[in-house]
Design a protein around this ligand. Structure first.
Ligand code: CS2
Length: 480
């Protein structure tokens, strides 16, 4: 399927940070639909902050790429034309700032993963210990990190009398709009307090909930793209048919007609964000840690393991019970639909991909619902099992003692904390003591602590597969 518009007719109105597979399967596709339906100067200048591979793949193709949607035996390809070009910031340090200073840029979107922002979530301000934040605070006129770039761009726009752009976070973080606002304002507060006040008063940071399961592209993705599109394509991505984007409609300088692609504009995204983070992403993390250690390469394999599938089903419903009713959404149905998406046999989503960056993901996915379930006496045991599975994963070795990288930016700290420990209780204590991860309610709750340690003990003694079977046999779970 070709784009329903001529890309040359549309100027750039968006700068997007993080042009990974997820962006190409999600926001860029919605923008493509918006351009086809409603036109406007809303093409995207992409920015890769760390690598050069995406720029090198997309730029020679004029930003065009194939998006493959896989469902069962069917694969459908479409050509997406919303990305104009990609800047590789490591090659051209000033180019991101120049892009952000274009008068036509009215929206900045970001999907850079949880760890890239450098926001202290507990204190709701910039994290001065984050390497990119620390470097940019020391040299604010020559920024390279997300917060530093946004603040410097806004400073220069203000100075030049240009209107502020809106900033839309598209990462799986709780309250992502307010969080990013707090990070940006907090950064500016340290360099230029008057600018911080101006940003607080003039820049809108709508929250958004994004959803589309997007495995890392493989050679098969590229081969299928060549077949479907009839052209060699180094930037092809594959994804599931489902997609969802809920956005707060607070854009000070306009926005694309993303509703053309099915985006929903709501006044408060928070309940939908919680729903998705706790049910989909929470269950994903359980599958990632327990599934990876039980030998399942893909999510669909984990779902074909009856004992693990029972635990995943139990988990989504336990997460559901921590959430308020949402008008117009049948929560049980939502859970069932997610389980079906996980089972999609055409999607090869690696458990190891989801297992990355656990310290960044656990709080909003597992630990917050666990704390609330403890407080309201709902069933919190599923969260204890998922937490123990993450702890078991932190040991960095399979049951057969082969090793793997944790791929967490706190990996060194984790390894130091548990170095030489063998006993489940000691390992659990050491990980509970990591700064800023478990909040005081969980750390001080004896029932929680002993439930996590007991699960971890079984995983260590009997292996993950046996621990899963054991947990599933004792699981009491009522879906309705
Ligand atoms: C996954 C998400 O890698 C992960 O942590 O849980 O990327 C998930 O696939 C998306 O949020 C689905 O919308």
């Amino acid at each position: 399927m070709l784009p329903g518009y001529d890309p040359a007719d549309h100027g750039i109105g968006i700068v997007h940070f993080g042009v990974g597979a997820f962006h190409r399967a999600h926001q860029a596709a919605f923008t493509d639909d918006a351009l086809a339906a409603a036109g406007g100067d809303w093409r995207i200048a992409g920015v890769s902050l760390r690598g050069t591979a995406v720029a090198d793949a997309l730029n020679p193709q004029d930003g065009l790429y194939t998006l493959i949607e896989r469902d069962g035996a069917h694969a459908r390809g479409r050509i997406v034309a919303s990305i104009a070009h990609v800047i590789a910031a490591t090659r051209d340090r000033r180019a991101p700032l120049e892009a952000l200073l274009s008068p036509n840029v009215r929206v900045v979107t970001l999907s850079v993963t949880e760890k890239a922002y450098g926001i202290d979530r507990a204190a709701m301000t910039a994290d001065v210990n984050h390497p990119a934040v620390a470097a940019d605070l020391a040299n604010p006129a020559n920024p390279a990190g997300v917060l530093g770039l946004l603040v410097e761009a806004l400073r220069l726009r203000k100075e030049r009398g240009l209107p502020a752009f809106s900033v839309l976070c598209c990462d799986n973080l709780s309250d992502n709009g307010n969080l990013l606002r707090a990070g940006v304002v907090g950064f500016a507060r340290r360099t230029d307090p008057a600018l911080a006040d101006w940003i607080a008063g003039n820049v809108s940071f709508p929250a958004s909930m994004v959803d589309r399961i997007t495995p890392a592209p493989t050679q098969r993705t590229l081969d299928d793209a060549a077949m479907l599109a009839g052209a060699h394509d180094l930037a092809a991505v594959e994804t599931e048919p489902f997609r969802q984007w809920m956005i707060e409609d607070r854009f000070s300088a306009g926005r694309p007609a993303w509703e053309a692609g099915g985006a929903l504009f709501v006044s408060n995204v928070r309940p939908y964000e919680q729903l998705k983070l706790r049910i989909l992403n929470g269950a994903h993390s359980l599958i990632a840690y327990a599934g990876f250690l039980a030998g399942h390469t893909y999510v669909r394999d984990a779902m074909a393991d009856p004992a693990l599938a029972t635990l995943v089903t139990r988990h989504v419903h336990a997460a559901r019970l921590t959430l308020p009713e949402l008008p117009g959404i049948d929560l049980c149905r939502y859970c069932e639909d997610i389980l079906a998406r996980f089972r999609n046999p055409a999607i090869a989503h690696e458990t190891s991909q989801i297992a990355m960056d656990g310290t960044q993901k656990l709080p909003q996915r597992i630990l917050l619902p666990a704390k609330e379930a403890l407080q309201t006496s709902e069933d919190w045991q599923p969260f204890a099992f998922a937490t123990a599975a993450w702890m078991r994963y932190c040991l960095g070795r399979h049951d057969d003692h082969t090793t793997y990288e944790l791929r967490d930016h706190r990996e060194a700290e984790i390894r130091t904390a548990i170095h030489g420990l063998r006993n489940a209780g000691d390992i659990s204590d050491a990980l509970h003591a990591l700064p800023g991860l478990f909040d005081a309610t969980l750390r001080s709750n004896r029932d929680w602590r002993s439930a996590v340690a007991a699960r971890l003990h079984k995983m260590l003694e009997n292996g993950m597969a046996a621990a899963i079977t054991d947990e599933a046999s004792t699981a009491s779970w009522f879906p309705h």
